[in-house]
Design a protein around this ligand. Sequence first.
Ligand code: GAF
Length: 373
Amino acid sequence: MTDVCRWDVPGRVNLIGEHLDYNGGPVLPLAIDRSVTVKARARDDGAVNVWSDLAGASKVSFAVTVQPGDVDGWASYVAGTIWALLDRGHAVPGADLVLESRLPSGAGLSSSAATTCGVASAIGDLFDLGLDRTEVALVAQHAEAGFVGAPVGLMDQLAVLHGTEAHGVLIDTAVTPHTTTSVELGWEADGLVLAVIATGAHHALADGEYAARREECERAAAELGLEWLAQAGLDATVMLADETLKARTRHVLTETARVRGALTAVNRRAWPQLGTILTASHASLRDDFEVSCPELDVAVEAALEAGALGARMTGGGFGGSAIALVAPEKVQALREKVEARYALHQWTRPEVFVVHAADGAHRAGPDGARLDA
Ligand code: GAF
C-alpha cells in the first residue's frame, strides 16, 4: 500500500497484423516513445476525482460505484477502468488521478489503452491489488468493451504493457491468455525510421463499423465451423456465399500470411521486402476489409511517392494514423508532400513525426525516472 504513485504508459503503432487480434491471428505492434502519465493518490471515501491536461478538460468526479452511461467523453476511459476493476472483483476505496498526455488523442495511437492500463496499474499499486500485466490488460479491455462500448481485442493493451526499447511485441491471439514474444526491430541500425502520419481525421461511423467488422468475421468463422477466422484454409473464400464475408475473410487470411512474411523480413533485415508487405496490407484493409478512408489513402500514396519503402494505415482505421518505413533524410520531403496533398483537399494539416520502439508501462518517480526494471 502506498499513498501516491506515478505510472508512465506509452502509446503504440501496429507494424502489421490489422484486425487480427479478435480473429485468432498474429499481430506485431510496438510501444512508442510518446506516453500518458497517470499520477494517483489514495482516498478512502469512495470518491474518484480526475484532472487531465487535455485541451478543454475540466475536473471530473464520480463514485467508485460508477456504472456504464454515468460518465462520457475522455473521462469514460478512467471511469470505465474503475468500473472494470470492481466488476472483476478488485476493491477500489477511492482515488485522485491526474492524467498528462504526450500522445495526440484521437490519432489512433492507443491513448485509450495507455490511459486504461495506466489507471489500472496505478490503482493496483495504491491498494496492493496484486494485478499482473495480464490482469491489467483484461481490466483495460473490459473497460473499453463494457463501459465505453468499443468491443476491442487485446492488441493495444498488451503492446503498451509489454513493449521494450527497439523491439516489437509479437502477440499470438489464438491462445488464452495470449502469448507475447519480443522481436528485435533492426531498421534504425540500417538507416531507416518509422514515421507516423497523424491524419487528424476521425469518422463518426467508426465505432459502429469496428463492431460490424468484428461481427462479420465471427459470422464467417461460424459458417466455416471454425473458432477463429484466422484458422481458415485458403479455400475458405470459395466456401462462403456472401461477397462481403468473402472479402473480410480474404483480408484475414492474407494479413495472417503477411505477418509471417513480415517476421521473416524483419529477421533477415530485408527492409524493401518489409515495405512491400506493409503497402500490401494497406491495399487489403482498403479494398477487402474497407476500414480505410480518403485521408489515410492519400497519406499512404504521398509517403510512397516521397520514397518510403512501404506505408499503411495502422490501428482500427476510419481515420487516425498511417505509418511509413523511410530513410530519415526523406522524412521532410514526405511531410511536405502529404501536407501539400492535404491542402489540395482542404483537409486539416496532418502531423508527421518519427517514432521509436520504446519500453512499455512502468512505475516512475515524481521526476519521471523509471522505478522498476
Ligand atoms: C483497434 C482495437 F482496439 C484493437 O484491438 C485492434 O482490433 C485494432 O483496432 C485493429 O487491428 O486498435
